[in-house]
Design a protein around this ligand. Structure first.
Ligand SMILES: Cc1cc2nc3c(=O)[nH]c(=O)nc-3n(C[C@H](O)[C@H](O)[C@H](O)COP(=O)(O)OP(=O)(O)OC[C@H]3O[C@@H](n4cnc5c(N)ncnc54)[C@H](O)[C@@H]3O)c2cc1C
Length: 445
C-alpha cells in the first residue's frame, strides 16, 4: 500500500551515473525521504574525460545547490574555433560570450569527475539518499503498483529482492531494465551501433609545457574542433586549465569495446595515430603525448526511439531512453533534465496512489520526450555535417563557416554553437514548464 504522505514514497534508482545522481538529488531537494540508489560499480571512479557543461545543465545544478563547486574548477568558454583537421586552417569562429548574459549561465567545460563528484557530494549530504554500491539490479518481477526486482551484490551473498513505490531506471545506454520492459511489451527496438567510436584523452600541463603552441591551447578559453572526413577531434581545457581534454570521433574500424562503468575501456595508440595520420602536426603532437597503454576508446551507440518510457510505476531516464551522440554535448544535460523533471512531477501528485504516480510519470515523459528526441536527431545531424567528405555539401558547409569569421552571423553547421539551436536548448527551462503545466496535463490524463 502506498504511504499517506507523498514524501514517504519508497523510491529506487538503478544507476548512479549522471542521470541517477541528478534524480536522487532532485528528489531529496524536493523533500522525498526514502531514496535508494543501486550502482554496479564499487565507487564513482569517473576518470579520463572532460564534459561540456551547458547552461541548461548549470541552471538545474545551481537549483540543486551543486553548481558553484563545479563552476570553481570549470573553464568558461568564450569562443569556439572550427578548423580543418589536415591543415589547422580556421574554417569558422563563433563568439560564445553572450551565452551568460542571454541564458543566465555560461557555457563551461569541466572534468567528468567534477560533475559526478559534486552531485555525489550533494547526495551524501542528504539523509534521504542511501547508496548501495557494487550491486547490480535486474530481473524485474513487477513494474507496479509495487515495483520489484532483484539485486546482485558483487561482494557475494544471496541475491535479494528490492521493492519500492517508484522504480527509476537510470542504468545507461545498455539498460537491462529498458530491455526487460521492451521484451515484456514485445517491442522490437534495439541499441544501434553508430559505426563511430571515440578516443578520450587528457593531457596534463606538465606534458604540454615545452610546446608553446600546445600551451596556447591549454591557456585559451576556446573549444576547438578539428574536422575531417568521417572524423573530428574536439578539445578544451578543464580543471582550472591544468588538463587539456581531447575527445575524438572516428569510424569504428577497430571494433572498440562499449564503455565500462568507469569509462576507461582501453584502445591502441598506434591505431589512434593511424586514424589521424593526415591531421596537422599540432594535433598529432598532442595525440603522441598519450602514454602507450593509456588510450581509451569506446563505441558510440544510440538506441531506436522507444514507444514508451513509463510502465506502471517504473520509468526510464537518461541514456536508458534517449542516448545521444556527443556532437551536441547534451547527453548528460538531458539526463539531468530528466531527473529534475521527475522530482518536480512526483512532488506534485494530488493523492498518493499508484494511479497518480503513473500519471505523474506520464507527464514527465510528455514534457521530456519530444525535446530529448529532437536533440538526439540534432546531434546526429551535426555529426554528419562535421564529417562530410569532398563535394557540394562540404563546400556549402565551409561557406557557412567562413561567413562566421570576423564576428559574422548566420547558421553554424556545428550545431551546439548555433544561436537558434542554443535558444531551443538553453532557452527552455524544462523544470519550470513541468511545474507550470502539471495541473493541466494531469487533468487531461
Ligand atoms: C564521447 C562522449 C562525450 C560526451 N560528452 C558530453 C558532453 O560534453 N556533455 C554532455 O552533457 N554529455 C556528454 N556525453 C553524454 C553523457 O556522457 C551521457 O549522456 C550521460 O553520461 C548519460 O547518463 P546516464 O546516467 O543516463 O548513464 P550513465 O552515465 O551511463 O550511467 C549509468 C550508470 O548505471 C550503472 N548501471 C548500469 N546497469 C546497472 C544495473 N543493472 N544495476 C546497477 N547499476 C547499473 C552504470 O554502472 C552507470 O554508473 C558524452 C558521451 C560520450 C560517449
Amino acid at each position: 500500500m502506498a504511504p499517506k504522505d507523498v514524501f514517504d514514497l519508497e523510491i529506487v534508482i538503478v544507476g548512479a551515473g549522471m542521470g541517477g545522481l541528478a534524480t536522487a538529488l532532485a528528489l531529496a531537494k524536493r523533500g522525498f525521504r526514502h531514496i535508494s540508489v543501486y550502482e554496479t560499480a564499487s565507487n564513482l571512479g569517473f576518470v579520463g574525460a572532460g564534459i561540456q557543461l551547458a547552461p541548461n545543465m548549470a541552471r538545474i545544478l545551481d537549483r540543486l545547490g551543486v553548481w558553484r563547486d563545479i563552476e570553481r574548477e570549470a573553464v568558461d568558454i568564450k569562443t569556439t574555433s572550427i578548423r580543418q583537421g589536415s591543415t589547422d586552417e580556421e574554417l569558422g569562429k563563433v563568439n560564445l560570450e553572450y551565452i551568460r548574459s542571454t541564458y543566465g549561465y555560461p557555457h563551461m567545460v569541466g572534468h567528468r569527475s567534477s560533475l559526478a563528484g559534486s552531485m555525489y557530494e550533494g547526495c551524501k549530504k542528504e539523509k534521504a539518499i542511501n547508496f548501495v554500491f557494487a550491486t547490480s539490479c535486474s530481473d524485474v518481477e513487477s513494474y507496479g503498483p509495487r515495483p520489484s526486482l532483484m539485486a546482485y551484490s558483487r561482494k557475494g551473498g544471496e541475491p535479494y529482492r528490492v521493492e519500492c513505490d517508484v522504480l527509476i531506471a537510470a542504468d545507461g545506454v545498455k539498460s537491462v531494465i529498458r530491455d526487460e520492459m521492451l521484451k515484456l511489451k514485445k517491442v522490437d527496438a534495439k541499441i544501434i551501433d553508430t559505426g563511430q567510436a571515440a578516443y578520450r584523452i587528457m593531457l596534463r600541463r606538465e606534458e604540454m609545457q615545452n610546446d608553446p603552441e600546445l600551451l596556447e591551447l591549454l591557456d585559451g578559453e576556446a573549444v576547438t574542433r578539428w574536422i575531417g572526413e568521417k572524423r573530428h577531434i574536439i578539445a578544451y581545457a578543464v580543471s582550472n586549465k591544468q588538463i587539456y581534454n581531447l575527445s575524438t570521433v572516428q569510424p569504428d574500424a577497430n571494433f572498440a569495446a562499449a564503455p565500462s562503468a568507469t569509462y576507461t575501456t582501453k584502445g591502441s595508440k598506434p591505431q589512434m595515430m593511424k586514424v589521424f595520420d593526415d591531421f596537422c602536426p599540432k594535433v598529432k603532437r598532442m595525440l603522441d603525448l598519450v602514454p602507450d597503454g593509456e588510450v581509451c576508446e569506446w563505441k558510440l551507440r544510440v538506441h531506436e526511439p522507444l514507444p514508451f518510457w513509463v510502465l506502471d510505476q517504473t520509468v526510464l531516464v537518461g541514456d536508458a531512453c534517449h542516448p545521444t551522440l556527443p556532437h551536441l554535448a547534451q547527453g548528460a544535460a538531458q539526463a539531468i533534465e530528466d531527473g529534475a523533471v521527475i522530482a518536480t512531477v512526483l512532488a506534485k501528485i494530488p493523492e498518493v496512489t499508484p494511479a497518480a504516480i503513473n500519471k505523474a510519470l506520464q507527464i514527465y515523459e510528455k514534457v521530456r520526450r519530444d525535446r530529448a528526441y529532437t536533440l538526439v536527431e540534432l546531434a546526429a545531424a551535426s555529426g554528419r555535417a562535421m564529417h562530410l567528405g569532398e563535394g557540394a555539401a562540404k563546400e556549402e558547409r565551409d561557406r557557412q563557416f567562413a561567413a562566421l569569421k570576423n564576428g559574422g552571423k548566420g547558421p553554424v553547421p556545428d550545431k551546439w554553437a548555433d544561436a537558434d539551436v542554443q535558444k531551443i536548448i538553453y532557452g527552455t527551462d524544462i523544470v519550470k514548464i513541468a511545474d507550470d503545466e502539471f495541473e493541466k496535463l494531469y487533468a487531461q490524463l
